[in-house]
Design a protein around this ligand. Sequence first.
Ligand code: PEP
Ligand code: MN
Length: 262
Amino acid sequence: LANLKFHPEPSVVKVGCTSIGPKTRTIMAGPCAVESNDQLMLIAEAVKKNGATILRGGAYKPRTSPYSFQGLEEEGLKYMQEAGKAFDLATICEVVSLEAIEAAVKYVDMIQIGARNMQNFILLKEAGRSGLPVLLKRGLCATIDEWLNAAEYIMAEGNPNVVLCERGIRTYETSTRNTLDLSAVPVLKERTHLPVIVDPSHATGAYRYVPPMAKAAVACGADGLMIEVHNNPACALSDGPQSLNFEKFARLSKELDPFWKL
Ligand code: PEP
Ligand code: MN
């Protein structure tokens, strides 16, 4: 179902008031985690002003340590819906369980399957039945074939609205949080009609590397980007070191302009 051979036209996936596909200039931006209603409103306003089309924010956080902030859960989803409505942004939230999917369908426009759950086949099937478009992140150690098979799991349940997100893979390199595999973009474009976006925030783990890799991602054919943005990265409850503040996000958005036209 994901194979370009049987579906030669690139797919455009509708997400709330916007869509993702060729020439859509999709930017999903927002905090790693929804921390409060006020925080999310501030961020939503700032990213909307600077070209974002989709508001991202985690309400269920799959954290490495069980003692780290785990997310506001359903309350966070409600804030996402309010902020999306207030600033005319589509919304996306990660789901980590069947209960989270049930809650998410009530409040957001798209669900995200995170890297850690890329081969959680029960979750993939449930996402396929949710009726919502799905952003499928590449697993930490997944090959492109494994990733496309994961997409197939979702699509086999009757949900054609899948978008792939390259977010870096584990290698022996430790200078960045993960190694951004940008060659996945042209490889995927040869194999699948599904839209492909790139997340330089989780890939690099450092805000300084986000702008150059975002530009490179667009230059090599990505249909969109996912960027973590925070009103005060130093105090973020998660992923502060890789989050752009409003000024840096605004600058990046302007600098991306010529790259989208390539
Ligand atoms: C996220 O988007 O906040 C996230 C946890 O991403 P990943 O699954 O790519 O680590
Ligand atoms: Mn994050």
